[in-house]
Ligand binder design. Structure first.
Ligand code: ATP
Length: 279
């Protein structure tokens, strides 16, 4: 039977401005989103046995219909005349509920993979529409390039000029709920008054715009996030920020050796830490 093995990368937010609260409960955002080479691996197989099966085997991530990858496969199977079975095996490498978009990336990868395996030939625009119903970050991973993301994250503009960088991600493994972060956010509207560039010549240009409105909620509650940011800067990072709603912190380096040594030092402190490339 037909089978695909695909990588589902994580993302970091170089910028996350919360512009306003919307009547539907979502927030209008302005984000600069960058994919990084820290990936889950997803194996998708068509089978003769009807139904969708998702196996992940990672604490805190449901198997079966509770998994966002299951819902992605279900959404495409509903559009297919053939109804083969779909078996999905997820090897999680991206920390869970970490602000790195792991679940959204898994869903985007399944949408693209199942589209191909079922021969549906849906265009990227249609996959992005289906994706946003699963999660606000899903369209970004289908888009597949560094992007300015507006609306709830689904209005995407490519950022073509952006430097490659080494990114160190550090996850302190404290439980941060995205809903709690947004509920406790005091909107100032300040970030919206700042214009952000669309061209970045070098890593220093990226570091000049690093900002995340959600840090004002998470850092007072979990000071370890601020401590990690400071330690990364002391270690020689050119800039450091919390990603998404946290708690993962990332830092930019333009030197591989410094990034790898810093990740090792952070692991020695007992945190999850990896040095990876932007992609
Ligand atoms: P974001 O950055 O988009 O807010 P996140 O990185 O903070 O996402 P995820 O790792 O996507 O968070 O997980 C959020 C929740 O979704 C978890 O509590 C988890 O149980 C559930 N979940 C469902 N499917 C998956 C999946 N395939 N991978 C990870 N989490 C999943």
């Amino acid at each position: 039977m037909k089978k695909l093995t695909l990588k589902a990368p994580a993302k970091v937010n170089y910028r996350l401005d919360v512009l306003r609260r919307r009547p539907d409960g979502y927030h209008d955002l302005r984000m600069i989103m960058q994919r990084i080479d820290l990936c889950d691996v997803i194996e998708i197989c068509l089978s003769d046995k009807p139904g969708i099966r998702v196996v992940c085997g990672r604490n805190g991530v449901p198997d079966g219909p509770g998994n966002i990858a299951w819902r992605a496969a279900d959404a495409l199977l509903a559009l297919s005349a053939d109804k083969p079975g779909i078996d999905i095996a997820i090897t999680k490498r991206i920390p869970v509920a970490a602000g790195l978009g792991g679940g959204s990336s898994d869903a985007a990868t399944v949408l693209m993979g199942v589209n191909e395996l079922l021969g549906l030939d849906l265009p990227e625009s249609r996959l992005r529409e289906i994706g946003v119903a699963l999660g606000a970050d899903v369209p970004f991973f289908i888009f597949g390039r560094t992007a300015l993301a507006e609306g709830i994250g689904e209005e995407l503009t490519a950022i073509d000029q952006v430097p490659a960088a080494w990114i160190v991600v550090v996850n302190p493994n404290v439980p941060v709920s995205t809903a709690w972060v947004y509920q406790n956010l005091q909107l100032t509207g300040e970030a919206a008054r700042v214009t952000i560039p669309r061209f970045f010549e070098n890593v220093a240009d990226v570091c000049a715009i690093l900002s995340n409105d959600l840090e004002s909620v998470t850092i007072p509650r979990y000071p370890v996030i601020g401590e990690i940011k400071r330690e990364l800067l002391v270690a020689g990072a050119l800039g450091s920020l919390m990603s998404g709603s946290g708690p993962t912190v990332f830092a930019l380096f333009d030197d591989e050796g410094a990034a790898v040594r810093t990740a090792e030092a952070m692991r020695a402190r007992g945190w999850f830490a990896e040095a990876v490339r932007t992609i």
